[in-house]
Write a protein that binds this ligand. Sequence first.
Ligand code: SAH
Length: 243
Amino acid sequence: MLYNNYPEFYILEEGLSNLKIELTNLQKQQFIDYYELLIKKNKVMNLTAITEFKDIVNKHFIDSLSLVKVCQPINMKILDLGTGAGFPGIPLKIVYPETDILLLDSLNKRLIFLNEVITALDLKQIKTLHGRAEDFGKQIEYREKYDICVSRAVAKMSPLSELCLPFVKQGGVFISYKSGEIDAEMKEASSAFQKLGARLEKIEAFMLPGTDIQRSLVVVRKEKPTPKKYPRNAGKVLTEPIV
Ligand code: SAH
């Protein structure tokens, strides 16, 4: 359907204007096409628990783009680790078409869906990669090659930083989308940041508009190369988190 036939389309425009993002007509249509593909595919595979237009807009699209509160992803090379149905990677790509995005996930059927989205929306400079972060993070082709590694709803902060930081260039950032109470998780992760060559830069905490979600964007800056022994093998990262 055309975006201007969507009665609730204003929810997306209003939400984005709060983030000072204005969409072109092409981008508006891309969001609608993405929404429709998501809803259609969700009937045959598990992509999202929420399906109402306003919920997808607030909890997936706007949430993904709330990244602009902590960084302007202009001309950046970005890795979305554990992208699932494409969050935050696809909304970031629609709004920032000049970014270079890699969508990584260990579940191939989600990537097959994302490849369909990429084709249908005619997105360029965006690829999917199937496998585990523990494996790709050791490979020279991917290691320390990204300006930003983003990740939403994948793991607790300590194991997540071991998965994400090996991909980040020195001087780049790892940004995690966390919800709810994160003090204990942050405390547990502080020595992991240090061992992985990084430092906590800031935490931007806010209520996600139109929802009851308390969102924290945790920005971790990579200062030194990550020691070669990280990431450890699959399994260890999660069962024996760095302390
Ligand atoms: N970021 C999306 C999906 C979250 S679900 C969102 O917020 O909606 C977590 C996703 O991470 C799943 O699709 C899962 O397959 C993927 N994942 C978990 N551990 C992973 C790992 N070690 N390497 C690659 N992908 C992983």
